[in-house]
Design a protein around this ligand. Structure first.
Ligand code: HBI
Ligand code: FE
Length: 295
């Protein structure tokens, strides 16, 4: 293992672009400063204050079962002992965003890449790429859930296949990741709850996604999700709602190649739109949204 280095977006002539790395690094736990541990603690406390009643039970219980706390940044080695026993997943340290194929290959082998560095205090409220808090606090707890753990591996296998297919396969599959793993909601007896890592690691969006009148909340529909654009720099205009993690895992059973071919002939759907056939659970007002720059 080489020594870890911080890798973030770099300003280039094409603007502010993520720098992709592929190295796997040991978590330099002894190198974390008090400030790093304090940033973790402050973010952890702030999120755990607002997530009960907003995040799904499975997320909160798993986070506690893993022994995560505000006291200090967790050690990957300790979490791995618990996680490997529960669902066979292993956390690996990385320097930042991975090229898509590398990322998919790790997921396909039940390895979840976690950025080893945590944001600086001045980045407390927003950081452009996944840091340790987003990955460890947001993504890792649900890997303790056997069905969600299976979904993540199936997603990785699908990603390796989509990468080989070329065309827009990856565009469609990335949207599925975005609207489930990152920004998914789940319908539970108590009401809509959050399971998406991008939401649970953000205070503003944890509140916005359930309480704001602006966004649509639409029942899970694989093809609808794969056609729907998204923004990476604002709150989501649409959230998709699953009934269960089993429903999500079942959706990955079929071969996606015919679906990609079917979707290639259809126009993408703007992020804030509602279309014929949507199971609209809470119709947003869509106020204040401009559909420019959707991906
Ligand atoms: N790399 N480290 C890391 N973490 C991610 O969540 C990640 C990535 N590379 C690509 C990516 N996510 C998304 O494009 C997925 O949809 C593939
Ligand atoms: Fe993420």
């Amino acid at each position: 293992m080489e020594t870890a280095q911080r890798v973030e977006h770099r300003m280039t002539d094409k603007g502010y672009v993520p720098v992709y790395t592929t190295r796997v690094v040991e978590q330099p736990w002894d190198a974390y400063s008090n400030t790093d541990h304090e940033v973790w603690g402050q973010l952890y406390r702030r999120q755990r204050e607002i997530l009960p009643g907003r995040a799904c039970r499975e997320f909160l219980e798993a986070q506690d079962a893993m022994g995560m706390s505000e006291d200090r940044i967790p050690r990957f080695s300790e979490l791995n002992e618990i996680l490997q026993r529960k669902t066979g997943w292993t956390l690996i340290g990385v320097e930042g965003l991975l090229p898509e194929l590398t990322f998919f290959e790790h997921l396909a082998e039940r390895r979840f890449p976690v950025t080893w560095w945590i944001r600086r205090p001045e980045q407390m409220d927003y950081i452009a790429e996944p840091d340790l808090f987003h990955d460890l606090f947001g993504h890792v707890p649900l890997l303790m859930n056997p069905v969600f753990a299976d979904y993540m591996q199936a997603y990785g296998r699908g990603g390796v296949k989509a990468h080989a297919l070329g065309g827009d396969a990856l565009v469609h599959l990335t949207r599925l990741y975005w609207y489930t793993v990152e920004f998914g909601l789940i319908r539970q007896p108590e009401g809509l709850r959050i399971y998406g890592a991008g939401i649970v690691s953000s205070k503003g969006e944890s509140i916005h996604c359930l309480e704001s009148p602006a966004p649509n909340r639409i029942g899970f529909d694989l093809r609808r999700i794969m056609r729907t654009r998204y923004r990476i720099d604002t709150y989501q205009k649409t959230y998709f709602v699953i009934d269960s993690f089993e429903q999500l895992f079942e959706a990955t059973r079929p071969d996606f190649a015919p679906i990609y071919r079917e979707l290639a002939a259809l126009p993408a759907i703007p992020a804030g739109a509602r279309i014929e056939g949507d199971l609209v659970l809470h119709a947003g007002t869509g106020e204040g949204w401009v559909d420019d720059g959707d991906v």
